[in-house]
Write a protein that binds this ligand. Sequence first.
Ligand SMILES: Cc1cc2nc3c(=O)[nH]c(=O)nc-3n(C[C@H](O)[C@H](O)[C@H](O)COP(=O)(O)O)c2cc1C
Length: 168
Amino acid sequence: MINPKDLLEFLKERRSIRRFKDTPIPDEEIEMILEAGQWTPSASNKQPWEFIVIKNKEIINKLASIAIYGRFISKAPIVIAIVGKIDENPSWYVQDTSLVSLNMMLMAWALGIGTCWIGSIDREKAKEILGVAGYNFLLTVLPMGYISGKIPKPTPRKDMAKIKRIIE
Ligand SMILES: Cc1cc2nc3c(=O)[nH]c(=O)nc-3n(C[C@H](O)[C@H](O)[C@H](O)COP(=O)(O)O)c2cc1C
């Protein structure tokens, strides 16, 4: 079990990272990130997902070219695409794969690997590039690489008083 205060600190320290070193990520570390995805909770434990690890620079560049706020993907040594298999749980694939994404982001951070959820990608084009069948859902692509430069300052959070309501 992890110390709760350490966990909270860890969650607060995570940042979206948009600048990466060229340094390759060892396969064992990629495997740990994938395992973090594999162990994500899912509705009725259907695990309606598939992960694609992209190491091919040409494909990574193609993905960068179709992500308006994700051009920096091109600098990442690897990208992991998270695919939702709609037919395996049509009601919950979005929630399930979103949790996968967060689990992977946190595992990466624990390894000193930076990543950032890319929402601004043309999902249909990305599916074509990656050979993902039309009836599947491409949640996001996560560029991953060791952090280049300084770790960004924390992004602000709304005050707890504004987001909290207690019913007693
Ligand atoms: C659903 C979602 C979509 C996002 N899409 C993008 C994106 O396309 N490009 C980008 O640079 N950051 C993207 N982000 C990262 C957010 O901008 C970032 O998480 C937010 O500003 C908080 O900063 P932090 O992650 O460093 O705490 C996305 C985050 C989420 C959760």
